[in-house]
Design a protein around this ligand. Structure first.
Ligand SMILES: [Zn+2]
Ligand SMILES: [Zn+2]
Length: 229
């Protein structure tokens, strides 16, 4: 799709040499098609919709609006795809484990997969609930590359969780790193041995704070080839 769009713009520039007015009309038409993709256009535009890769941020239960807005503005820089906030979902009741008093992240991934309608959308769930997988005490997030879904929890990214003073800017940075990490997995990327790379496995919050929100050179190349597929 990206190359098709580039080709259309190239054609527009040729037309523009002949007539600026005509090129403006064509450009506006093109932009309106792209816009309607994101809103889920129908009819003839459907073919454009289904070929447009995008990331949808899905709040699961009540989620901090500031963090949601921050991710919406920052994630397009890392992934070069459209990012929007999708319809909120409620937490599936059977995700709660009463003994652990935590929520099963794999159950959330299932719910995201079941709720998504456009296969070209990559859904990233965001929740304030504390998440786990059976083999670990907790997880900051989880991803399913086959289903193109991922989820992150803000619970343990908050300073308040450790009885420290709230720090919204720090929360935003941590959420961005975890979101990029899990989305990276959803594109098929594995863990990295470079502690600065966003794909480094965070065993603790200190690991998250130490790494950057960026991919190392190798992972950047791997992501770029995954985005072209
Ligand atoms: Zn990971
Ligand atoms: Zn890396």
């Amino acid at each position: 799709m990206r190359s098709e769009t580039e080709e259309m713009f190239f054609r527009l520039s040729i037309v523009g040499a002949r007539s600026n007015v005509l090129s403006l009309i064509l450009l506006l038409t093109l932009l309106s098609i792209i816009d309607s993709d994101v809103m889920g256009g129908t009819g003839d535009r459907k073919s454009v919709v289904s070929s447009m890769e995008s990331i949808v941020l899905v709040p699961v239960g009540p989620v901090d609006a500031g963090t949601l807005g921050y991710l919406e503005s920052e994630l397009p820089i890392q992934f070069q795809v459209r990012v929007r906030v999708g319809p909120p979902l409620s937490m599936p009741r059977d995700a709660f484990d009463s003994k652990r008093r935590q929520f099963n992240s794999s159950r959330l991934l299932e719910q995201l997969f079941d709720s998504r309608r456009d296969v070209n959308e990559r859904w990233l769930g965001l929740t304030e609930a504390d998440l786990f997988v059976p083999t670990l005490n907790f997880v900051f997030g989880e991803a399913d590359s086959g289903h193109r879904t991922a989820v992150i929890s803000l619970a343990r990214l908050r300073e308040e969780f450790y009885h420290r003073k709230s720090d919204p800017a720090l929360l935003h940075q941590r959420a961005l790193k975890e979101a990029v990490h899990e989305l990276g997995h959803s594109y098929g990327l594995n863990h990295c041995s470079d502690f600065r790379c966003v794909m480094f496995f965070s065993n603790s919050l200190a690991d998250t704070d130490r790494k950057s929100a960026n991919f190392c050179e190798e992972h950047r190349k791997e992501l770029e080839s995954a985005l072209k597929k």
